[in-house]
Design a protein around this ligand. Sequence first.
Ligand code: SAM
Length: 334
Amino acid sequence: MVTDRLLARDDGARPWRDAVQEALYGPGGFYRRPEGPAGHFRTSVHASPLFASAVARLLCRVDESLGQPDELVFVDMAAGRGELVTGVLAALPSGVAARTRAYAVEIADRPLALDHRIEWLAEPPKGITGMLFANEWLDNVPVDVVEVDAAGVARLVLVRPDGSERLGEPVGGEAARWLGRWWPPGPEEGLRAEVGLPRDLAWAGAVASVARGLAVAVDYTHLAGARPPFGTLTGFREGRETAPVPDGSCDITAHVALDACALPGARLLTQRDALRALGVTGGRPPLSLATTDPTAYVRALAGAGEAAELTAPGGLGDFGWLVQPVGMPNPLAG
Ligand SMILES: C[S@@+](CC[C@H](N)C(=O)[O-])C[C@H]1O[C@@H](n2cnc3c(N)ncnc32)[C@H](O)[C@@H]1O
């Protein structure tokens, strides 16, 4: 049967989006493995507990803005092994924590040792009052890749199970319309683009689960006018960047066009600015503390180092925060 998706020929080549969907989330897929994402790369959540503390402070701002509801929901969207939601619960003031209903939304199975207060779901709960926070989710929502051929035509890139590629049909329909609006790949042979439409739709679905409150997506990002000309598709395995091979052996990720995901009323800022607004600063403690309280000095120095990593130019600090209020003012208004 012929469909509008390209069919695998004898060589097993198919569009990147289909290949990555199976490689990451299919039976035996990369994200179903027991070691979880932390076994292969460090997100801000793993880099420092300062990150979860900052998210907890943001949740407190949302709580205030919503008039301290009897039940304040926190959703850790694409939760990995639930590290962020665990850290947020630990960092909340006890009065707020007592009113907080915490969810982890994840394709992988619930970890055995997870705090019993955290509910583990495959989809976000509907109609929440509170905050949904998605750290490094959208970069793992599979996308199609297009490449311009010798005649200047943008074609779907097909990938074989070993990672080798060939070009398929010219891109058309809503994918072509998305590219025209957000990421025209340019006329020269070899230029590439990634069709972010599935991410826009995934994000809109997550935001729709919030009745009142805030939705935040944090990810590697690029913006219109400065898209990478050859795309960003890459792999990660055991802490190292690697060729993206869709065989379930590695993470496969591509930076996110967060400006395309944004819904009306959203604000886009860097992680550096967002964390500074939430009180995470990389300042060193005064040297005098080293003599008056050496333990506090060492602790403060470690904290300063972690804050510096979370806000570093050229690193985590350049991540984008897409902050989407629903029925409340933006708590990170600039
Ligand atoms: C890069 S990891 C990030 C984990 C965690 N948020 C962190 O920052 O450490 C991406 C996670 O998203 C999960 N994921 C991807 N799509 C999902 C979906 N539609 N629903 C729930 N989880 C999803 C994957 O299984 C994986 O655990």
